[in-house]
Design a protein around this ligand. Structure first.
Ligand SMILES: Cc1ncc(COP(=O)(O)O)c(C=O)c1O
Length: 381
Protein backbone atom coordinates (compact mmCIF):
# COMPACT_ATOMS: atom_id res chain seq x y z
CA UNK A 1 0.00 0.00 0.00
CA UNK A 2 1.26 3.51 -0.81
CA UNK A 3 2.29 5.34 2.35
CA UNK A 4 -0.17 8.20 2.83
CA UNK A 5 1.34 9.27 6.15
CA UNK A 6 3.56 12.31 6.48
CA UNK A 7 6.75 10.40 7.06
CA UNK A 8 8.47 12.02 10.05
CA UNK A 9 9.08 9.05 12.37
CA UNK A 10 11.82 6.38 12.27
CA UNK A 11 10.03 3.10 12.86
CA UNK A 12 10.61 -0.55 13.64
CA UNK A 13 8.83 -3.00 11.33
CA UNK A 14 6.68 -4.21 14.23
CA UNK A 15 2.91 -3.87 14.64
CA UNK A 16 1.61 -4.14 18.18
CA UNK A 17 -1.90 -5.50 18.48
CA UNK A 18 -2.52 -5.88 22.21
CA UNK A 19 -0.89 -5.31 25.57
CA UNK A 20 -0.98 -6.21 29.24
CA UNK A 21 1.10 -4.77 32.10
CA UNK A 22 4.74 -4.58 30.94
CA UNK A 23 4.06 -6.75 27.87
CA UNK A 24 3.13 -6.04 24.25
CA UNK A 25 1.94 -8.60 21.69
CA UNK A 26 1.97 -8.52 17.90
CA UNK A 27 -0.67 -10.06 15.60
CA UNK A 28 1.11 -13.44 15.62
CA UNK A 29 1.08 -13.44 19.42
CA UNK A 30 4.83 -12.74 19.75
CA UNK A 31 5.52 -11.27 23.17
CA UNK A 32 7.61 -8.15 23.80
CA UNK A 33 8.73 -6.65 27.10
CA UNK A 34 8.07 -2.93 27.26
CA UNK A 35 10.89 -1.18 29.12
CA UNK A 36 10.22 2.13 27.41
CA UNK A 37 6.46 2.73 27.74
CA UNK A 38 6.29 4.56 24.38
CA UNK A 39 8.56 7.42 25.61
CA UNK A 40 7.65 7.07 29.30
CA UNK A 41 3.91 7.36 28.83
CA UNK A 42 2.81 4.05 30.34
CA UNK A 43 2.86 4.62 34.08
CA UNK A 44 0.49 2.03 35.59
CA UNK A 45 1.02 -0.63 32.91
CA UNK A 46 -0.84 -1.40 29.71
CA UNK A 47 -4.49 -2.42 30.04
CA UNK A 48 -4.68 -2.02 33.80
CA UNK A 49 -8.11 -3.46 34.76
CA UNK A 50 -9.15 -0.49 36.94
CA UNK A 51 -8.14 1.97 34.20
CA UNK A 52 -9.93 0.02 31.47
CA UNK A 53 -13.09 -0.46 33.52
CA UNK A 54 -13.45 3.19 34.58
CA UNK A 55 -12.78 4.44 31.05
CA UNK A 56 -15.35 2.06 29.61
CA UNK A 57 -17.94 3.26 32.13
CA UNK A 58 -17.15 6.90 31.34
CA UNK A 59 -17.45 6.20 27.60
CA UNK A 60 -21.03 5.15 28.19
CA UNK A 61 -21.78 8.38 30.06
CA UNK A 62 -20.04 11.28 28.28
CA UNK A 63 -16.70 11.66 26.49
CA UNK A 64 -16.42 15.39 26.02
CA UNK A 65 -17.96 18.69 26.73
CA UNK A 66 -16.10 21.99 26.67
CA UNK A 67 -14.89 24.02 29.63
CA UNK A 68 -18.09 26.05 29.65
CA UNK A 69 -19.80 23.83 32.24
CA UNK A 70 -19.04 22.61 35.75
CA UNK A 71 -16.51 19.74 35.68
CA UNK A 72 -16.57 17.69 38.90
CA UNK A 73 -14.08 15.25 37.35
CA UNK A 74 -11.54 18.08 36.95
CA UNK A 75 -12.07 19.05 40.57
CA UNK A 76 -11.60 15.45 41.73
CA UNK A 77 -8.40 15.20 39.67
CA UNK A 78 -7.06 18.50 41.05
CA UNK A 79 -7.81 17.37 44.61
CA UNK A 80 -6.10 14.01 44.18
CA UNK A 81 -3.12 15.40 42.26
CA UNK A 82 -2.39 18.22 44.72
CA UNK A 83 -2.70 15.77 47.64
CA UNK A 84 -0.46 13.02 46.25
CA UNK A 85 2.17 15.53 45.04
CA UNK A 86 2.21 17.50 48.30
CA UNK A 87 1.48 20.73 46.37
CA UNK A 88 -1.73 21.09 48.35
CA UNK A 89 -2.27 24.85 47.91
CA UNK A 90 -1.52 24.89 44.15
CA UNK A 91 -4.20 25.01 41.44
CA UNK A 92 -4.38 22.96 38.26
CA UNK A 93 -4.69 23.98 34.60
CA UNK A 94 -5.39 21.08 32.24
CA UNK A 95 -4.31 20.75 28.61
CA UNK A 96 -3.48 17.96 26.15
CA UNK A 97 0.27 17.47 25.82
CA UNK A 98 3.65 18.25 27.27
CA UNK A 99 4.50 21.01 24.82
CA UNK A 100 1.17 22.69 25.50
CA UNK A 101 1.81 22.55 29.25
CA UNK A 102 5.20 24.24 28.81
CA UNK A 103 3.81 26.75 26.31
CA UNK A 104 1.21 27.86 28.84
CA UNK A 105 3.66 27.80 31.76
CA UNK A 106 6.00 30.14 29.85
CA UNK A 107 3.07 32.43 29.09
CA UNK A 108 2.02 32.46 32.75
CA UNK A 109 5.56 33.36 33.83
CA UNK A 110 5.65 36.19 31.30
CA UNK A 111 2.16 37.42 32.24
CA UNK A 112 3.13 37.48 35.91
CA UNK A 113 6.54 39.16 35.65
CA UNK A 114 5.87 41.30 32.54
CA UNK A 115 9.31 40.10 31.37
CA UNK A 116 10.23 37.90 28.42
CA UNK A 117 13.72 36.34 28.60
CA UNK A 118 14.15 32.77 29.82
CA UNK A 119 17.01 30.68 31.20
CA UNK A 120 17.14 27.14 29.86
CA UNK A 121 19.89 24.50 29.80
CA UNK A 122 22.13 22.77 27.29
CA UNK A 123 20.61 19.48 26.04
CA UNK A 124 17.14 20.40 27.33
CA UNK A 125 13.93 19.32 25.60
CA UNK A 126 10.66 21.12 26.28
CA UNK A 127 8.53 20.43 23.20
CA UNK A 128 7.79 21.54 19.67
CA UNK A 129 5.30 24.41 19.97
CA UNK A 130 6.45 28.01 19.56
CA UNK A 131 7.63 29.09 23.01
CA UNK A 132 8.57 25.52 23.99
CA UNK A 133 10.76 25.09 20.89
CA UNK A 134 12.58 28.28 21.70
CA UNK A 135 13.75 26.93 25.09
CA UNK A 136 14.68 23.52 23.61
CA UNK A 137 18.44 23.14 23.11
CA UNK A 138 18.32 21.26 19.80
CA UNK A 139 17.50 24.09 17.42
CA UNK A 140 17.33 21.67 14.46
CA UNK A 141 13.65 21.25 15.34
CA UNK A 142 13.08 25.02 15.10
CA UNK A 143 11.67 26.46 11.87
CA UNK A 144 12.64 30.02 10.97
CA UNK A 145 9.31 31.13 12.40
CA UNK A 146 10.30 29.70 15.81
CA UNK A 147 13.79 31.05 15.99
CA UNK A 148 14.62 33.75 18.51
CA UNK A 149 11.01 34.69 19.13
CA UNK A 150 12.17 35.76 22.60
CA UNK A 151 15.64 35.77 24.22
CA UNK A 152 16.83 32.50 25.77
CA UNK A 153 20.08 31.93 27.67
CA UNK A 154 21.21 28.29 27.38
CA UNK A 155 23.47 27.45 30.31
CA UNK A 156 25.50 24.41 31.30
CA UNK A 157 23.58 22.24 33.77
CA UNK A 158 24.98 22.58 37.32
CA UNK A 159 27.20 25.57 36.44
CA UNK A 160 26.41 27.76 39.44
CA UNK A 161 28.61 30.67 38.44
CA UNK A 162 27.05 31.25 35.02
CA UNK A 163 23.58 30.75 36.49
CA UNK A 164 24.08 33.42 39.16
CA UNK A 165 25.50 35.85 36.60
CA UNK A 166 22.67 35.31 34.13
CA UNK A 167 19.70 35.41 36.48
CA UNK A 168 20.71 38.91 37.54
CA UNK A 169 20.04 40.22 34.02
CA UNK A 170 17.06 42.53 33.91
CA UNK A 171 14.55 40.81 31.69
CA UNK A 172 14.47 37.19 33.00
CA UNK A 173 10.88 35.98 33.37
CA UNK A 174 11.55 32.28 34.02
CA UNK A 175 13.99 29.47 34.48
CA UNK A 176 12.79 26.25 32.86
CA UNK A 177 14.47 22.98 33.80
CA UNK A 178 13.69 19.27 33.57
CA UNK A 179 13.61 17.22 36.80
CA UNK A 180 15.91 14.83 34.92
CA UNK A 181 16.79 15.44 31.28
CA UNK A 182 15.02 12.83 29.14
CA UNK A 183 15.60 13.41 25.45
CA UNK A 184 19.01 14.97 26.23
CA UNK A 185 20.36 11.75 27.76
CA UNK A 186 19.49 11.44 31.48
CA UNK A 187 21.68 14.19 32.94
CA UNK A 188 20.41 15.50 36.26
CA UNK A 189 20.52 18.85 37.99
CA UNK A 190 22.28 18.27 41.33
CA UNK A 191 20.23 18.82 44.48
CA UNK A 192 22.41 21.80 45.45
CA UNK A 193 21.97 23.33 41.98
CA UNK A 194 18.18 23.05 42.25
CA UNK A 195 18.32 24.61 45.71
CA UNK A 196 20.37 27.48 44.32
CA UNK A 197 17.91 27.97 41.46
CA UNK A 198 14.97 28.06 43.89
CA UNK A 199 16.72 30.67 46.06
CA UNK A 200 17.88 32.88 43.17
CA UNK A 201 14.46 32.78 41.47
CA UNK A 202 12.83 34.10 44.64
CA UNK A 203 15.48 36.78 45.05
CA UNK A 204 15.24 38.02 41.44
CA UNK A 205 11.45 37.81 40.88
CA UNK A 206 11.87 34.98 38.37
CA UNK A 207 9.40 32.10 37.97
CA UNK A 208 10.84 28.61 38.36
CA UNK A 209 9.21 26.20 35.89
CA UNK A 210 9.95 22.56 36.64
CA UNK A 211 9.34 20.45 33.56
CA UNK A 212 8.29 17.09 35.04
CA UNK A 213 6.66 15.91 31.83
CA UNK A 214 8.91 12.87 31.65
CA UNK A 215 10.43 12.68 35.15
CA UNK A 216 7.20 13.21 37.09
CA UNK A 217 4.30 11.05 38.17
CA UNK A 218 6.26 8.86 40.57
CA UNK A 219 8.82 7.68 38.05
CA UNK A 220 11.91 8.59 40.09
CA UNK A 221 10.66 7.39 43.49
CA UNK A 222 9.17 10.78 44.45
CA UNK A 223 6.02 12.16 42.85
CA UNK A 224 8.16 14.79 41.08
CA UNK A 225 11.91 14.36 40.55
CA UNK A 226 12.75 17.84 41.93
CA UNK A 227 11.23 16.80 45.27
CA UNK A 228 14.38 14.74 45.95
CA UNK A 229 16.06 18.14 46.41
CA UNK A 230 13.38 19.37 48.84
CA UNK A 231 12.53 22.40 46.69
CA UNK A 232 9.29 23.88 45.39
CA UNK A 233 8.69 25.36 41.95
CA UNK A 234 6.29 28.14 40.97
CA UNK A 235 4.95 26.11 38.06
CA UNK A 236 5.22 22.35 37.48
CA UNK A 237 4.40 20.94 34.06
CA UNK A 238 3.37 17.30 33.53
CA UNK A 239 1.99 15.07 30.79
CA UNK A 240 3.36 11.66 29.77
CA UNK A 241 2.54 9.35 32.71
CA UNK A 242 -0.54 11.35 33.62
CA UNK A 243 -3.04 9.53 31.41
CA UNK A 244 -1.22 6.20 30.87
CA UNK A 245 -1.64 6.73 27.12
CA UNK A 246 -4.70 8.94 27.07
CA UNK A 247 -3.50 12.41 25.97
CA UNK A 248 -3.57 14.84 28.88
CA UNK A 249 -1.18 17.44 30.25
CA UNK A 250 -1.30 19.90 33.10
CA UNK A 251 0.34 22.68 35.07
CA UNK A 252 0.35 22.94 38.85
CA UNK A 253 0.31 26.65 39.60
CA UNK A 254 1.48 28.36 42.78
CA UNK A 255 -1.04 30.49 44.72
CA UNK A 256 1.12 33.53 43.82
CA UNK A 257 -0.48 33.48 40.36
CA UNK A 258 -3.81 35.18 39.92
CA UNK A 259 -6.19 33.57 37.42
CA UNK A 260 -8.05 35.89 35.07
CA UNK A 261 -10.90 34.74 32.86
CA UNK A 262 -9.68 33.97 29.36
CA UNK A 263 -5.99 34.16 30.32
CA UNK A 264 -5.38 30.53 29.21
CA UNK A 265 -7.64 28.14 27.37
CA UNK A 266 -8.02 25.01 25.29
CA UNK A 267 -10.94 23.23 23.66
CA UNK A 268 -10.10 19.65 24.58
CA UNK A 269 -8.12 20.17 27.80
CA UNK A 270 -9.59 18.48 30.86
CA UNK A 271 -12.38 16.67 29.03
CA UNK A 272 -14.38 13.97 30.81
CA UNK A 273 -12.51 11.01 29.35
CA UNK A 274 -9.05 12.51 29.91
CA UNK A 275 -9.86 13.32 33.55
CA UNK A 276 -11.24 9.81 34.08
CA UNK A 277 -7.99 8.34 32.76
CA UNK A 278 -5.88 10.64 34.93
CA UNK A 279 -7.92 9.91 38.07
CA UNK A 280 -7.64 6.15 37.45
CA UNK A 281 -3.85 6.54 37.10
CA UNK A 282 -3.55 8.36 40.45
CA UNK A 283 -5.83 5.81 42.17
CA UNK A 284 -3.69 2.92 40.93
CA UNK A 285 -0.40 4.68 41.78
CA UNK A 286 -1.70 5.09 45.34
CA UNK A 287 -3.36 1.69 45.80
CA UNK A 288 -0.41 -0.26 44.40
CA UNK A 289 2.35 1.86 46.00
CA UNK A 290 3.89 2.40 42.59
CA UNK A 291 6.12 5.27 43.72
CA UNK A 292 7.78 2.92 46.23
CA UNK A 293 8.03 0.25 43.54
CA UNK A 294 9.74 2.74 41.21
CA UNK A 295 12.34 3.48 43.91
CA UNK A 296 12.88 -0.21 44.71
CA UNK A 297 13.07 -1.39 41.11
CA UNK A 298 15.37 1.54 40.29
CA UNK A 299 17.82 0.41 42.99
CA UNK A 300 17.54 -3.19 41.80
CA UNK A 301 18.30 -2.04 38.27
CA UNK A 302 21.30 0.05 39.41
CA UNK A 303 22.76 -2.92 41.32
CA UNK A 304 22.17 -5.35 38.46
CA UNK A 305 24.01 -3.10 36.00
CA UNK A 306 26.75 -1.89 38.34
CA UNK A 307 29.38 -4.46 37.49
CA UNK A 308 28.68 -5.07 33.82
CA UNK A 309 31.82 -4.51 31.76
CA UNK A 310 31.52 -1.83 29.13
CA UNK A 311 29.10 0.39 31.05
CA UNK A 312 30.58 3.81 31.73
CA UNK A 313 27.83 4.98 34.04
CA UNK A 314 24.27 4.33 35.11
CA UNK A 315 22.35 7.59 34.87
CA UNK A 316 19.03 8.75 36.25
CA UNK A 317 16.92 7.82 39.26
CA UNK A 318 14.22 5.27 40.03
CA UNK A 319 12.66 4.06 36.79
CA UNK A 320 14.08 6.87 34.67
CA UNK A 321 17.38 5.24 33.83
CA UNK A 322 20.16 5.42 31.29
CA UNK A 323 23.03 3.04 30.72
CA UNK A 324 25.94 4.85 29.13
CA UNK A 325 28.45 2.90 27.04
CA UNK A 326 31.69 3.94 25.35
CA UNK A 327 30.17 3.62 21.87
CA UNK A 328 26.86 4.34 20.08
CA UNK A 329 24.11 2.03 21.33
CA UNK A 330 21.88 1.82 18.28
CA UNK A 331 23.05 -1.63 17.09
CA UNK A 332 22.94 -3.06 20.61
CA UNK A 333 19.44 -1.68 21.12
CA UNK A 334 18.25 -3.21 17.86
CA UNK A 335 19.70 -6.62 18.79
CA UNK A 336 18.01 -6.51 22.21
CA UNK A 337 14.70 -5.82 20.49
CA UNK A 338 15.04 -8.25 17.59
CA UNK A 339 16.62 -11.19 19.44
CA UNK A 340 15.00 -10.79 22.86
CA UNK A 341 11.83 -8.79 22.17
CA UNK A 342 12.69 -6.01 24.62
CA UNK A 343 11.79 -2.39 23.86
CA UNK A 344 14.21 0.26 25.14
CA UNK A 345 14.78 3.88 24.14
CA UNK A 346 17.54 6.15 22.86
CA UNK A 347 18.32 9.82 23.44
CA UNK A 348 20.31 12.70 21.95
CA UNK A 349 23.37 11.17 23.62
CA UNK A 350 24.17 8.38 21.13
CA UNK A 351 25.89 6.26 23.82
CA UNK A 352 22.92 6.09 26.22
CA UNK A 353 20.14 3.49 26.28
CA UNK A 354 17.08 5.05 27.92
CA UNK A 355 14.87 2.91 30.16
CA UNK A 356 11.39 4.14 31.13
CA UNK A 357 9.36 1.06 32.08
CA UNK A 358 5.85 1.03 33.51
CA UNK A 359 6.04 1.75 37.26
CA UNK A 360 4.82 -1.75 38.09
CA UNK A 361 7.75 -3.46 36.37
CA UNK A 362 9.13 -6.39 38.40
CA UNK A 363 12.55 -7.97 38.92
CA UNK A 364 11.55 -10.62 36.37
CA UNK A 365 11.53 -8.19 33.44
CA UNK A 366 14.67 -6.41 34.68
CA UNK A 367 16.51 -9.76 34.98
CA UNK A 368 15.52 -10.69 31.43
CA UNK A 369 16.82 -7.34 30.22
CA UNK A 370 20.13 -7.72 32.08
CA UNK A 371 20.60 -11.17 30.54
CA UNK A 372 19.79 -9.95 27.02
CA UNK A 373 22.01 -6.90 27.47
CA UNK A 374 25.01 -8.98 28.57
CA UNK A 375 24.46 -11.58 25.86
CA UNK A 376 24.42 -8.97 23.06
CA UNK A 377 27.14 -6.78 24.54
CA UNK A 378 29.74 -9.56 25.01
CA UNK A 379 30.58 -10.07 21.31
CA UNK A 380 30.77 -6.30 20.71
CA UNK A 381 33.32 -5.66 23.51
C1 LIG B 1 10.81 16.90 29.38
C2 LIG B 1 9.84 17.01 28.24
N1 LIG B 1 9.17 18.16 28.07
C3 LIG B 1 8.27 18.30 27.08
C4 LIG B 1 8.02 17.28 26.19
C5 LIG B 1 6.99 17.48 25.09
O1 LIG B 1 5.90 16.68 25.35
P1 LIG B 1 4.84 16.33 24.17
O2 LIG B 1 5.54 15.43 23.23
O3 LIG B 1 3.70 15.66 24.90
O4 LIG B 1 4.44 17.62 23.57
C6 LIG B 1 8.70 16.08 26.32
C7 LIG B 1 8.50 14.99 25.35
O5 LIG B 1 9.31 14.10 25.18
C8 LIG B 1 9.64 15.94 27.37
O6 LIG B 1 10.34 14.81 27.54
Amino acid sequence: MENKLFDVYSKYAITIDSSKGCYLFDKQGKEYIDLYGGHGVISIGHGHPHYVETLKKQLDKIVFYSNSIEMPLQEELAEKLTTISGYTNYSLFLCNSGAEANENALKLASFKTSKKSVISFNNSFHGRTAAATNVTYNQKIAAPINKNNYPVYFLELNDEQSFIETIQKEDIAAVIIEGIQGVGGLDMPSESFLQLIEKECKKNDVVLILDEIQSGYGRTGQFFAHQHAGIKAGLITMAKGMGNGFPIGGILISPDFEAKKGMLGTTFGGNHLACTAAIAVLDVIKQENLIDNAAKMGSYFQKAFKDIDGIVQIKGKGLMMGTELTFPISDLRNLILLNHGIFTGNSDNPNVIRILPPLNVTTKEIDLFVKAFQMELAPIL
